[in-house]
Write a protein that binds this ligand. Structure first.
Ligand code: CAO
Length: 563
């Protein structure tokens, strides 16, 4: 138990700063890194952390005082817990720098650290436990298989933390990072770019430091390195959440909305780094003790932002469009925050990517389906026998297949990098299905070659599978065009978003009886509203009008579907 000085650490370049708030008083007990006081530089306010754990005996500054690096701001009695840590004694101003604090935080999570070896308190064991080898396997990929690796985010010899992205894989639905379940040193990478991965494949080998968690054998499995120290609640939480959910994160998941009123804990050197890199510290998750933001956190945040920008990520992260700033909603009333489901996050990214990349135009048309409806109803008994319900959807599928064959400029994708148009020689159509878990788009293959009953049965089966979360990845891939029908629900028209890399999507609204002029008088006709959104880079307006007119004609006289 010895008294030590509390000194102002490296202020990240600031000369003299003003004390604006005292956060502790004489007699208070503090932990290492607990904020002692707040100073204000010309750019930001910064909390000065306690150099160790112990009891504050006196503060030698007051609000309004000006202090600079190395100045003594108070005295404390170090408790046994950190008393053995030389760099907490305050007799060398360098030792008080944030870098030293950061390193100390890192050292605390490493079993080989000297500081840990000195610790005799049983409650915080930090004994050296050697290391073990771990082979990281591909986690569940949201039901997908054979997903190609598009980037390897680590190299052999790298030291990584729990949750650091190891590789990035890309399905036709989303780009995802596979995070590390362990912290440690990468010894061998077992995959290369372009490899196709499925759940359980070997990704890489790691040497994992084995420290306090090595008492229980099962902890090796369940509590990856980094989660074994009481001082690392973040890592523990990350490890726990990995057990509950498949460990794949869509890119968009890296966005961390600030908690209302949340305080940022970081030292001056880290704040300086964040300022230099233009990082908004309220969005960075701290991995240090008490969620303190470390330099590595700032760098990891910037890296993820750059990756998102390169992959057309969320607005405000490279698109050039300012991001949406959220107010503190709690000032208006009670709020609750809830993590997005993985599907919602992936859908949000895909929608945004499409909306931002595709110049959308929507063409509207009404199809007279009075006769089609009469025919459909006449098939009710036959449908009951077959156990298949004939809705308007199979007719619309068939009409779209015919229109895609007649106007093949709709059955393309654009390869803007190679400046090529990819023309498809097949007609597979996706149908948007509303499920309790979000929107899913199963694909009916070779629609042009199938009959109405077959299409009715297949669309009903796929829609049911979507609702039961039974769809296989292959059943959601390869569409040339999508139909999104809200006809069973309502509405008169809408502007659907093209499901890229397709170039058009048909929105179907609810059919309604309308008076239609036949040249002599108004006739009551059942009119089906169609909304065709298309990518104006691939399709011109005249062709869009031809497409919807053709659909209207085909649905208006379904005999023409046979021609
Ligand atoms: N006009 C009037 N009635 C319609 C209609 C239309 N355009 N389309 C369907 N209906 C009727 C059907 O005939 C059926 O009525 P009956 O029971 O009296 O025969 C009823 O509405 C329900 O049909 P359904 O929705 O079960 O079947 P469907 O084949 O028309 O649609 C599916 C299947 C999977 C497309 C639909 O269930 C669905 O999920 N729609 C929502 C899609 C969606 O969310 N899109 C939004 C994407 S953008 O966010």
């Amino acid at each position: 138990m010895s008294e030590q000085e509390i000194k102002v650490p490296d202020l990240g370049g600031a000369e003299e700063v003003e004390v604006i708030e005292l956060l502790v008083s004489a007699g208070d007990t503090v932990e290492t890194e607990d904020p002692i006081l707040t100073v204000e530089t010309d750019k930001a306010s910064v909390e000065l952390p306690s150099p160790g754990a112990g009891k504050i005996t006196k503060l030698t500054v007051k609000v309004g005082d000006k202090v600079k690096e190395g100045d003594v701001v108070g005295m404390m009695e170090a408790s046994g817990e950190s008393g053995g840590t030389d760099d907490a004694s305050g007799d060398d101003s360098d030792s008080e720098s944030q870098e030293a604090s950061d390193k100390k935080a890192e050292a605390e999570s490493s079993s080989g650290s000297e500081a840990g070896a000195q610790d005799e308190k049983p409650a915080a064991p930090k004994k050296s436990g050697g290391s073990r080898k771990e082979t990281v396997l591909v986690p569940p990929l949201d039901g997908m298989e054979d997903v190609p690796v598009i980037e390897i985010n680590v190299s052999e010899g790298d030291t990584i933390d729990v949750d650091d992205p190891l590789v990035t894989v890309e399905s036709d639905k989303a780009t995802m990072e596979i995070p590390s379940p362990y912290g440690g040193k990468v010894t061998k990478i077992l995959v290369t770019e372009g490899d196709k991965l499925s759940e359980g494949d070997k990704l890489l080998e790691l040497t994992v430091e084995q420290d306090s968690g090595d008492e229980g054998g099962e902890q090796e499995e369940e509590a990856p390195a980094g989660s074994d120290q009481e001082a690392e609640p973040e890592a523990k939480a990350a490890a726990e959440s990995q057990e509950k959910e498949p460990a794949v994160q869509p890119q968009s998941a890296t966005y961390e909305p600030p908690a209302p009123g949340a305080k940022v804990h970081a030292g001056p050197a880290v704040r300086k780094l964040a300022r230099e890199l233009g990082a908004d510290m309220t969005r960075i998750k701290g991995s240090g003790p008490k969620s303190r933001i470390l330099k590595d956190d700032v760098q990891a945040y910037i890296k993820s932002q750059l990756q998102q920008a390169q992959q057309g990520g969320s607005v405000g992260t490279g698109s050039g469009i300012p991001g949406v700033k959220l107010p503190d909603f709690s000032q208006f009333g009670d709020v609750e925050r809830e993590a997005m489901s993985r599907m919602m996050a992936v859908t949000a990214t895909n929608m945004q990517r499409s909306w931002l990349n595709v110049p959308h135009v929507t063409q509207f048309e009404d199809a007279d389906i009075t006769d089609m409806e009469a025919f459909r109803k006449s098939q009710k008994a036959a449908g009951e026998k077959k156990g298949v319900k004939m809705t308007p959807l199979p007719f619309i599928l068939k009409a779209c297949a015919t229109a895609l064959a007649e106007l093949p400029q709709f059955n393309v994708s654009l390869d803007m990098e190679r400046k090529e148009v990819v023309r498809k020689q097949y007609i597979h159509i996706g149908i948007a299905v509303d499920t309790p878990n979000g929107l899913m788009v199963p694909v009916i293959r070779d629609v042009d070659q199938k009959g109405l009953w077959e299409l009715a049965a297949e669309s009903a089966e796929l829609a049911q599978k979507a609702r039961d979360k039974q769809l296989k990845p292959a059943e959601m891939q390869g569409a040339c065009f999508t139909i999104t029908s809200l006809g069973g629900i309502g509405g008169t028209a809408f502007t659907p978003i093209v499901n890229t890399p397709e170039v058009a999507i048909l929105g179907v609204s609810r059919a309604a009886m309308k008076p239609v002029w036949d040249g002599n008088e108004f006739q009551p006709r059942l009119m089906l509203p169609l909304s065709l959104s298309y990518d104006h880079r691939a399709v011109n307006g005249a062709d869009a009008a031809r497409f919807t007119s053709l659909l209207s004609q085909l649905l208006g006289d379904i005999r023409t579907l046979l021609l």
